[in-house]
Ligand binder design. Structure first.
Ligand code: B12
Ligand code: SF4
Length: 456
């Protein structure tokens, strides 16, 4: 039996703070595509125990890092390889910077993982691996199977579920632009239902598709058939999903979503000015009347979480106030505010890096920490602006107003919204304690500073 350790490396412990804690799926999917001749252990540093590279018992270690966890992955791999353990890495950061990753991993897997992972493992067992394997982003999901949920750490608050993959748009900040052939594909309904059956006891489920609704009439038809099956299964959980503003024009779809338990959609508004939308190539939102869109979604008793980016070049000092005014006018239930972040491999990173404004200090590249040079804000100012926006929504008066509105409209949405509101109030405290838990300097690669920043 080959001992395979799978690792989500993280420099930070994630707590039940501003981030809703829902499970990652990459390694659980890859585990499904791992032959029985491997004995798998999964180590999740986001919410579980840290990996000790000096004592970990493994023949092969597979890392699934995201950008702020990459230095942790490299530090672990460097130590493990000194012990003769083979290390392999995949995911968005590795796909963006395979040459950098190859300085620390024996092999990198670029793009969507399942296909090349199977090939890599076969080569590993035959003792003839290459340095790089490439996965395509347009492969059918017919044989994807369900994620191995038995391996997901129990500390996650909510299970995440995928019903589709991919997005053909090209927003300049989005990490998905790293991958070529970003085709939207749906997972077979039998597979999704099998997966949903396994999480049916959870009160809340988070659908982490890039866009649940899809992009064509045929996609919407597919979703509606799936939803009808979900309704027949009579699941007791509520769920939320990411999707696009265009869902407002699909009342029949939303009706079924509601009946299947959907109570909130997370919409990438990103910005309220046309210039800002054009700046980040979010063309699909240009000309959309957000107020009207939210009204139509609310008509179906589904709440709207408005995801916005702060710190684009077109965001002047008055922008936060404009954003607050327009989101309130549009009656968005709550905003999520992310700082403009340049993920490696994205068009945004390329542009800002050329201007010397992007950070390559990967530990800092998080959506809740300033990591680029903003045109109109200092780092302190952008954090203060974010706080101003959140405070204007997450205050007793506003929360009471929204609560009252939903009490009369549809009570079933309330529990989750109040929970979110509470979280945002305590997030500052939680994040501070999380940062205090960051790793000691000795575990970081040479030259990297330990994280001692405050985040708001
Ligand atoms: C669930 C989730 C979380 C969970 C768990 C994190 C995790 N490990 O994924 C939580 C809530 C904890 C979380 C937190 C954060 N997250 Co998060 N999260 C997601 C989310 C919604 C789903 C990830 C997922 O499971 N996808 C499904 C799987 C199947 O796809 P995948 O991860 O791309 O994996 C495939 C390939 O990439 C590849 N692959 C991946 N790993 C490996 C490894 C090997 C060995 C191989 C062969 C292949 C391979 O094969 C996989 C299967 O095809 C994504 C967005 C998204 N829709 O993907 C963001 C995302 C991963 N998060 C992101 C970020 C930035 C964060 C935060 C840093 C947010 C912040 N505060 O700024 C935090 C902090 C994380 C930390 N501790 O450092 C970014 C990462 C960007 C980047 N370039 O790294 C994403 C992409 C969202 C975004 N666009 O901003 N997140
Ligand atoms: S629509 Fe969403 S998932 Fe698609 S490219 Fe833009 S930000 Fe990324």
């Amino acid at each position: 039996m080959t001992r395979l350790a799978m690792v989500y490396p993280s420099k930070y412990k994630e707590t039940h703070g501003e981030e809703l804690l829902y499970s990652p799926l990459a390694l659980a999917y890859l585990a499904r595509h791992t032959p029985d001749t491997f004995r798998i252990s999964l180590h999740d540093e986001y919410v579980g125990e840290d990996v000790d590279p000096d004592t970990l018992q493994a023949d092969l270690v597979a890392f699934s890092p995201i950008t702020p966890g990459i230095s942790r992955a490299y530090a672990l791999a460097d130590r493990l390889r000194r012990r003769g353990i083979v290390c392999v890495g995949g995911g968005a950061h590795v796909s963006a910077l395979p040459e950098e990753a190859l300085q620390h991993f024996d092999t990198v897997i670029v793009g969507e993982g399942e296909g090349p992972w199977r090939e890599y493992l076969a080569d590993f067992q035959a003792g003839r691996t290459r340095a790089r394997y490439d996965g395509r982003m347009d492969v059918t999901l017919e044989n994807l199977g369900t994620p191995r949920r038995d391996l997901i750490h129990p500390n996650y608050e909510y299970p995440s579920v995928m019903t589709s993959r991919g997005c053909p748009y090209g927003c300049s900040f989005c990490y998905l632009t790293v991958f070529r052939h970003r085709k939207y594909r749906t997972i077979p309904h039998d597979t999704i239902i099998e997966d949903l059956d396994s999480v049916r006891r959870s009160p809340i489920v988070v659908v982490t598709d890039e866009n649940f609704m899809g992009y064509s009439d045929a996609d919407v038809e597919d979703r509606m058939t799936l939803l009808e099956r979900m309704i027949r299964r009579n699941y007791g959980f509520f769920w939320g999903c990411q999707t696009v503003v265009g869902i407002a024009e699909r009342p029949e779809l939303m009706k079924l979503m509601y009946r299947a338990g959907c109570r909130a959609v997370f919409l990438g508004f990103e910005a309220v000015d046309e210039a800002s939308l054009r700046e980040v190539n979010k063309k699909q939102n240009v000309g959309v009347d957000y107020k009207e869109a939210i009204r139509k979604i609310h008509d179906q008793n589904i709440g709207v979480i408005a995801s916005c980016i702060l710190g684009m070049d077109s965001h002047d000092k008055d922008y936060p106030k404009r954003l607050i005014r327009q989101l309130k006018d549009a009656k968005a239930d709550f905003p999520r505010v992310f700082l403009m972040t340049a993920w490696p491999g994205t068009p945004l990173f390329k542009k800002l890096n050329e201007d010397g404004r992007a950070s390559t200090e990967w530990d800092r590249v998080r959506k809740d920490m300033p990591s680029i040079e903003y045109k109109h804000f200092t780092h302190e100012e952008v954090l203060a602006a974010k706080k101003e926006i959140l405070d204007s929504f997450f205050n007793v008066w506003n929360i009471s107003k929204i609560t009252l509105w939903w009490v009369f409209k549809d009570r079933s949405i309330l529990g989750q919204f109040l929970r979110m509101a509470f979280r945002n109030r305590v997030s500052e405290w939680i994040k501070r304690s999380r940062i205090q838990k960051s790793r000691p300097k000795a575990e970081l690669p040479e030259g990297a500073a330990p994280q001692v920043d405050t985040v708001r």
